[in-house]
Design a protein around this ligand. Structure first.
Ligand SMILES: Cc1ncc(COP(=O)(O)O)c(C=O)c1O
Length: 401
């Protein structure tokens, strides 16, 4: 089947071979269209997508309110830099502020960029001698050099050293070890409230509260990287709201614009002025298209009651996967918060991803053995069951081997 431009699948793959830097492991599939939780390839195959856009398409593919908002904005004003004010950026900042901890937003374009802003702000806001930030093993904060240094996983550090100085790594969930790392040079603590790429790791009871106390007792800033967990993914606007712990700084990206590229760093009105004019910027940050898409995403989630739906869909997965776990001993653990789902296996997950792909279900594997699902929050109950049927059958086949 030819694509909209008349190219065959082979011709597109050939373009990539010749002209695109080979830094991604890509499936030999060309995707041409998406709608809700389905995508179609250039051969006409339809896939049920339990991992839409690596977590960016939390509202499904091409959600109508986002499409409409972008279409209207793109015909009115595509981009103006941050030397000007736009109504859209102001309203977007207000909407995020009102749904989180108040305060103010800095806008940029990606999760790594939002974390860079957070790292700079931590250093700028604390006394000069304080520059160290404690992050957590298994965490993931992005691919820029500072974000990579913040990411406490040696595999991402290979060959790119020397790393940016100032990051210290603590075991996720270990308060005492975290406390031992704090000294007079420590400026902040940065953590994903639920680790995503690290295998959907939910913190033990009291851990985030303990970090808040450590930060308060030692005058440190607490940063929550909610790039993956934010914007409704866990069934609350932000994952921290499950734990009753408020950060000083929070970063958002992935789903924040309903699938359009965009990101934000939020902080309190007291801390925000430390990022003074000239210290930081992003040319495209908070552009009118991203801002309108961000506003439309918030409106859609509220109008369609999607926070509640995310929790209900999470419950469907919990019931299905816990039942499967009783029948299949290769499932070691099931970890779910809203539509953030991890299935820890006793075996490598890659063959399962391949089998599901062949059966037209898209899933992800992280850390070698954790099947990660980040379905859309407007996935239907029927679609959840359809995908779980495929997944359950494929996992049971692995059990038999
Ligand atoms: C928790 C977290 N932080 C940061 C990032 C980096 O985001 P981006 O790829 O938009 O730079 C990711 C990406 O997966 C993430 O999961």
């Amino acid at each position: 089947m030819a694509t909209a431009t008349g190219m065959t699948t082979a011709e597109t793959l050939d373009l990539f071979k010749k002209y695109v830097v080979p830094n991604y492991a890509r499936y030999p599939i060309v995707l041409v269209r998406g709608e809700g939780s389905y995508v179609w390839d250039s051969e006409g195959n339809r896939y049920l997508d339990f991992f839409p856009g690596w977590g960016c398409n939390l509202l499904g593919h091409c959600p109508e309110p986002i499409v409409r908002a972008v279409q209207q904005q793109v015909a009115t004003l595509i981009h103006v830099p941050n030397t000007w004010h736009t109504e859209a950026q102001g309203l977007w900042a207000q909407a995020l502020s009102e749904r989180s901890f108040g305060g103010q937003a800095f806008f940029c374009n990606s999760g790594a960029e939002a974390n860079e802003a957070a790292i700079k702000l931590v250093r700028l806001h604390t006394p000069k001698e304080r520059y160290k930030i404690i992050t957590f093993r298994g965490g993931f904060h992005g691919r820029t050099l500072a974000a990579t240094a913040a990411t406490a996983q040696p595999k991402y550090h290979e060959g790119i050293g020397p790393l940016m100085a100032g990051f210290q790594y603590a075991p996720f969930g270990d308060l005492e070890a975290t406390a031992r790392l704090i000294d007079r040079e420590t400026a902040g603590i940065m953590i994903e409230p639920v680790q995503g790429e690290g295998g959907v790791q939910i913190p033990p009871d009291g851990f985030l509260q303990g970090l808040r106390k450590l930060a308060d007792d030692n005058s440190l800033l607490l940063v929550f990287d909610e790039v993956q967990t934010g914007c409704g993914r866990t069934g609350e606007w932000f994952a921290y709201q499950h734990f009753g712990v408020t950060p000083d700084i929070m970063t958002l990206a992935k789903a924040v614009c309903g699938g359009i590229a965009g990101a934000a760093m939020l902080t309190t009105a007291e801390i925000a002025p430390s990022l003074r004019p000239g210290m930081h910027a992003a040319t495209f940050g908070g552009n009118p298209i991203a801002a309108r898409a961000g506003l439309a995403a918030i409106e859609m989630i509220e109008q369609e009651n999607l926070l509640q739906q995310a929790q209900q869909i999470g419950d469907v997965f919990r019931a299905r996967l816990n039942e499967l776990r009783t029948q299949c001993e290769i499932i070691r653990d099931v970890r779910i918060l809203g539509v953030m789902i991890g299935i820890e296996l006793a075996v490598e997950g890659a063959p399962l991803v391949k089998t599901c792909l062949e059966r037209r279900l898209l899933i992800n594997c992280t850390q070698g053995t954790v099947i990660r699902l980040l379905p859309a929050m407007n996935l239907t109950v029927q679609q959840a069951h359809d995908g779980c049927d495929i997944l359950a059958k494929a996992i049971k086949e692995l059990c038999v081997i």
